[in-house]
Design a protein around this ligand. Structure first.
Ligand code: PEP
Ligand code: MG
Length: 868
């Protein structure tokens, strides 16, 4: 096996072996861009390193040595040389870019001799010692986990003593002193001298990169983003160029288009006389890329030419890192830029219109899950005008967020897990903050620019972020920040507008968003590509209308019990449940009938001619009864029955296993009059709305069927009532009767059940519950351990278990179609809006998926992806 490749030996297609960074460095070298030479140690070397118990083996060492020798020859310099030394950067580079892993060590190869070599060769002692102190700090921080602040404190103290403002004011002598102090800190922290042998430095850095693949932050990131844990990371070793030689040097990051909005205009920042980390770390505030035109016109023109070339070459928006050394431009990295979902859509549609990519390609570039972000609320105009503007930072990632302030990731995670809305407020974020960023509604930082860690990661997650809010004086340890003389303490509410950079006091009200024309264009393409229909789960006219706006083509599940819970109905519902005789129950049901009819009419009107599947009552009856002693007494009084009678009835209805108890169609077997009332309300409502001129399409769905006889019996209750009403009316109304398939026995006997059903809707929530034998309400107590121990990869209540529960669904479809070729098939469990499950539904040939209103666009895109 070959483990080490020169940049000149690879291509962009070799991403899985060379990692994203390595493959793109190779590609750029090959197409003749000014990339400093170097080599890549493969991802395979990383996975083998883990197989060898985290030891580097001799063949690998030999290969690294020989590639290093080659590099030294190309550069005409030697690592560690006392006169003209080679310095290298060492960077990780996984197949998918991954914050949380070891990122970069610059200036590797410096020691007490080679630092003098650099000073002489570059004729710049200041540069030499500045590079050396950076190296020690980065090596200690990223490779050895020595906290950064231990070094920063020394830097700050020196600046203060000398009366400097900027790092750039430090002289060579100052930096020499700082280097000595840094080495002392290293020795104190690690218990060993800072390594002076450059090859040893290199190997330690390589191991650190490999080890960082499995640090907890990286593991968390992979888990959140579905990246397999066994890919490993590559290591890139690249000869250094210096952005810190003086005023004709600098370093920066640029995106070929605006990563927040997608606007087709170069977007970026740079710092004069600085090295790599300075830009993203946000220590000095960078300048906009536009001013490079004035600082160094020739470099600017060359840079523009290269950014356009790269975008054309990759046919996607690029995120490019560059360094200028004495007016010579070098490209250090390019990759497809992370972007907000709004930018993703705008860039994809623009690129189709520019003739660069096909519509299919554009649709495939939109991650279904992320479209969700576009659909989320913005601040309400009036509330915004009234809001107290606290401060203004950079609009780093759009969105509106309101929540309680927390100053570190752990507190954010803890508060969010209690159901609080939180905002993570930090001086600047770093990869350690990733879990806090996930938990928070939004992120606010005092330092850093549009390409700071906080900004890039937040955009990637589609999370609202305001960065570089310089007027904030944050005391993270004490848990407060000040703006002027106003203090905001931990737990206080503020609001962030990531589109304007504004920070407001208190929680500002939000409203539903409007979607852009480009989104509409993209969704039209999506609809032309997909085969699956997308319906929604909605119980109210309001939800139904939202879903129609999002493109729902019908209602796949209207849960009627939600109507029963409403305050003004609950007395009648309770009366119905407590009734001891048929007569008493009929009286109560008669009170409910007009209310249910109104509900259905509202929904029919909202849905127009689209199909509306209404499910008859499903939960166990005791869910509707009061539990607390005082509520029981109260209810007994209003119903004028003895408290003891009521208590006895409540006790009577208690079940050991309610989910497997008296619920679903079983209720109708004992109390047929309940379903009869609901069928009457549906059909009468449908007739009334049909008379208004809408060609309604009601579908009556019977839940929790386990056997065909059960269905035949319950169905007869429904059809008898329905047919009778229709016959007596003067309109022609078609309706369907079908069933949910949510009990394993129903899936297994679906061929028989299909003879009595016009449609099946797979209730994969219950099917998962009963198929796995995992209680829906209790499983989260142990499912976490299942995932951690690798027994289950995903929570099966969120992502359909295709191998097991999915097999039941597939079997149900095939058996159902075998006896009833016209049967209509859909899914209405939570999985109907989850992309990988939607893909599965497409593959097994369902007619539609049904999901909550906000997930409808997600499901439409997922369905298009499945069909492409
Ligand atoms: C299901 O079981 O998948 C379903 C949609 O019904 P409910 O969630 O109401 O039980
Ligand atoms: Mg169910």
């Amino acid at each position: 096996t070959k483990y080490v490749y020169s940049f000149s030996e690879g291509t962009k297609e070799m991403k899985s072996l060379l990692g994203g960074k390595g493959a793109n460095l190779a590609e750029m070298s090959i197409i003749g861009l000014p990339v400093p030479p170097g080599f890549t140690i493969t991802t395979q070397a990383c996975t083998d390193y883990y197989k060898q118990n985290k030891e580097l083996w001799s063949d690998l060492l030999d290969e690294i040595k020989s590639k290093l020798a080659e590099l030294e020859q190309t550069m005409g310099k030697k690592l560690g040389d006392a006169t003209n030394p080679l310095l290298v950067s060492v960077r990780s580079g996984a197949v998918f870019s991954m914050p949380g892993m070891m990122d970069t060590i610059l200036n590797l190869g410096l020691n007490d001799e080679s630092v003098e070599g650099i000073a002489k060769a570059m004729n710049n002692p200041r540069l030499a010692y500045d590079s050396y102190r950076r190296f020690i700090q980065m090596f200690a921080d990223v490779a050895m986990d020595v906290p950064k602040y231990k070094f920063e404190a020394i830097l700050e103290r020196t600046k203060e003593q000398k009366g400097y403002h900027y790092d750039t004011e430090l002289t060579a002598e100052d930096l020499k002193g700082i280097v000595a102090e840094f080495k002392t800190v290293y020795k104190l922290e690690i218990g060993k001298d800072f390594p002076s042998d450059p090859f040893e430095q290199l190997l330690m850095a390589v191991r650190a990169v490999f080890n960082s693949w499995n640090n907890p932050r990286a593991i968390t990131y992979r888990r959140l983003n579905d990246i397999p844990h066994d890919l490993g990371t590559a290591v890139n070793v690249q000869s250094m160029v210096f952005g810190n030689t003086g005023d004709k040097s600098g370093t920066g990051v640029a995106f070929t288009r605006n990563p927040s909005t997608g606007e087709n205009k170069l977007f970026g920042e740079y710092l004069i006389n600085a090295q790599g980390e300075d830009v993203v770390a946000g220590i000095r505030t960078p300048q906009s890329i536009d001013t490079l035109k004035d600082d160094m016109p020739a470099v600017y023109d060359e840079f523009i030419r290269i950014t356009q070339l790269l975008e054309n070459h990759y046919k996607d928006m690029q995120d490019i890192e560059f360094t200028v050394e004495d007016e010579k431009l070098y490209i250090l990295q390019t990759r497809n830029g992370k972007r907000t979902s709004q930018a993703a859509i705008n860039v994809a549609v623009d690129m189709v219109e520019e003739g660069r990519i096909s519509k299919e390609e554009a649709v495939l570039r939109i991650e279904p899950e992320r479209v969700n972000e576009l659909l989320h609320p913005k601040f309400e105009d009036k509330a915004l005008k009234a809001a107290h503007l606290l401060a203004k930072g950079l609009p780093a990632s759009p969105g509106a967020a309101a929540g309680k302030v927390y100053f570190n990731a752990e507190d954010c995670v803890a508060a969010s897990s209690k159901g609080e809305k939180t905002l993570l407020v930090r001086l600047e974020t770093s990869p350690e903050d990733i879990e806090g960023m996930v938990a928070a509604e939004g992120i606010l930082t005092a330092r850093g620019g549009m390409t700071s860690h906080a900004a890039v990661v937040a955009r990637g997650m589609g999370k609202c972020c305001v960065a570089g809010c310089g007027t904030l004086r944050i005391d993270e340890r004490a848990g407060f920040f000040k703006v002027g003389d106003l203090t905001v303490k931990e737990g206080d509410y503020i609001s962030l507008d990531g589109s304007t950079g504004s920070v407001y006091l208190g929680a500002v009200d939000r409203v539903e968003p409007k979607l852009s024309g480009k989104f509409e264009t993209l969704m039209t393409w999506v609809d032309g590509m997909r085969k699956l229909k997308v319906r929604t789960n909605a119980d109210t006219p309001k939800d139904a209308r939202i879903a129609v706006d999002f493109g729902a083509e019908g209602i796949g599940l209207c849960r009627t019990e939600h109507m029963f819970f409403e305050a003004e109905r609950i007395p009648a519902v309770r009366e119905m449940i407590i009734a001891q005789s048929l007569e008493a129950r009929m009286t109560a049901l008669a009170k409910l009938l007009p209310m249910q009819r109104e509900d259905f009419m509202g929904i029919f009107r909202a849905m127009g001619e689209r199909s509306v599947t209404i499910r008859l009552l499903d939960p166990p009856l005791h869910e509707f009864l009061p539990r607390e002693e005082k509520d029981i007494i109260e209810l007994a009084r209003t119903m004028s029955i003895p408290v003891d009678d009521l208590k006895a009835r409540v006790d009577d209805l208690q079940e050991f296993n309610p989910m497997l108890g008296h619920r679903g169609c079983r209720l109708a077997v004992t109390y047929p009059e309940i379903y009869a009332m609901q069928a009457q309300a549906i059909i009468e409502g449908a007739i009334a709305v049909k008379k208004e001129g809408i060609d309604v399409k009601p579908e009556i769905m019977i839940p929790l069927i386990g056997s065909v006889k059960e269905l035949a019996y319950v169905k007869s209750i429904v059809t008898e009532v329905a047919d009778d009403i229709i016959a007596k009316s003067d309109v022609k109304l078609n309706y369907l009767v079908g069933t949910m398939i949510e009990i394993p026995r129903a899936a297994i006997t679906a061929d028989e059940i299909a003879k009595e059903a016009q449609f099946f809707s797979f209730g994969t929530n219950d099917l998962t519950q009963m198929g796995f034998g995992f209680s829906r309400d209790d499983a989260n107590k142990f499912l976490g351990e299942y995932e951690e121990k690798g027994i289950l990869e995903k929570d099966p209540f969120q992502v359909l278990d295709q191998a097991g529960i999915g097999k039941l669904v597939k079997m149900g479809c095939e058996l159902g179609r075998s006896t009833n070729p016209d049967i209509h098939l859909g899914i209405c469990g939570e999985h109907g809006g989850e992309p990988s499950s939607v893909e599965f539904c497409h593959r097994i040939g369902l007619d539609y998926v049904s999901c909550s209103p906000f997930r409808v666009p997600v499901a439409r895109i997922a369905a298009a992806h499945a069909a492409l």
